[in-house]
Design a protein around this ligand. Structure first.
Ligand SMILES: NC(=O)c1ccc[n+]([C@@H]2O[C@H](COP(=O)([O-])OP(=O)(O)OC[C@H]3O[C@@H](n4cnc5c(N)ncnc54)[C@H](O)[C@@H]3O)[C@@H](O)[C@H]2O)c1
Length: 296
């Protein structure tokens, strides 16, 4: 699988007892519970393959996003298959959607960004994204900007916690009241996602266009509008980020110049001991938090 650049499907580290793909750092037991991410030290399984050398010179912060935000956003744009001179709509302007916009702009595409958080919309607008506030009419606004046809590609950088899906929100919350063991089984067989962003993508992408899902989905019983997906000949691509697949291509953009604006990407720099409060702030989207860097 790694030979085919599908590192997330790695046959050496697949989490077979859960029927899942490759183990991931800092994820739940579905993905192997490998501790990772925010710690002073971390164990690095498969260390002959995962780590890469970065050049001396630029500050370390420049490269920190190579472990997640950059390759994830990069993959979302690659999978979106935006034609030359084409338009992409990016749903969700959190760190992943924001960086996806930057990558698409850097490649010369027209980018429309959608979110609900004013600071996130403004941040994207300042970089040249045409921004739209999420509302029940947002699909029409997207079509109005694209000659009624819809964008060539849509990137869903929201995932299963989308705003605007009241029934699924209730089902997810109800599952939260079940005992842990039952809840896990329930979500694996009957769980549903909040599909507002995915449904918006299906509704707005132009006929024959491509939807790239980078926001995570985890439901096993999601009702999807197959008639529309089939009739519009939508191409649908998705998955966890194959991080090592993209890092070599991204690295040259992190050296002298900083075309993706990585140096000013973090909105907050805090001590590791501030981690719990930083997570709360990010979750509540308080204080303009888009990306928090923790210094060990
Ligand atoms: N595939 C991968 O490998 C990978 C890697 C990292 C993150 N992710 C996923 O990417 C997604 C985004 O991550 P993030 O860190 O940017 O999260 P985030 O929660 O900060 O960003 C999501 C944004 O979507 C907005 N939003 C909510 N509902 C919306 C709607 N209906 N329409 C438009 N915008 C809406 C929110 O206001 C928020 O700004 C998450 O699902 C995350 O799990 C995937």
């Amino acid at each position: 699988m790694c030979d085919q650049d599908l590192q997330t499907q790695c046959e050496t580290t697949q989490v077979r007892d859960q029927g899942m793909g490759a183990a991931l750092f800092g994820y739940t037991k579905l993905y192997g519970q490998v501790p990772g991410g925010q710690a002073e030290y971390l164990r690095v399984p498969q260390a002959h393959y995962g780590p890469i050398k970065v050049p001396h010179g630029p500050p370390d912060d420049r490269f920190v996003y190579l472990s997640d935000v950059l390759p994830t956003a990069w993959q979302s744009v690659e999978y979106a298959a935006i034609p030359k001179g084409g338009t992409v709509a990016v749903l969700g302007l959190g760190p992943i959607g924001d960086m996806a916009c930057r990558v698409a702009l850097h490649r010369g595409h027209r980018v429309i960004g959608v979110d609900l958080v004013p600071e996130r919309l403004e941040r994207a607008r300042l970089r040249g994204v045409e921004t739209l506030e999420y509302s029940t009419e947002v699909a029409d606004h997207i079509r109005n900007l694209t000659e009624g046809r819809g964008p060539d590609s849509v990137i869903d950088a929201v995932g299963m916690e989308a705003h605007g899906s009241p029934a699924a929100k209730f089902a997810q919350q109800a599952a939260g009241f079940l005992p842990d063991a039952v809840q896990g089984a329930f979500m694996q067989k009957a769980g549903v996602d909040r599909l507002a962003a995915l449904l918006l993508a299906v509704d707005t992408v132009r006929r024959g266009g491509t939807i790239s899902l980078i926001g995570v989905y985890g439901g096993m019983a999601d009702p999807l509008p197959m008639l529309t997906i089939f009739d519009k000949q939508i191409q649908l691509r998705m998955g966890q980020a194959n991080v090592r697949r993209w890092s070599d291509a991204i690295l040259p953009l992190l050296t002298d110049a900083d075309p993706l604006g990585v140096d000013s990407f973090a909105t907050h720099r805090l001590a590791l001991s501030d981690g719990p409060a930083a997570y709360d702030m990010f979750q509540a989207k308080r204080d303009g938090a888009v990306k928090v860097l923790l210094n060990p």
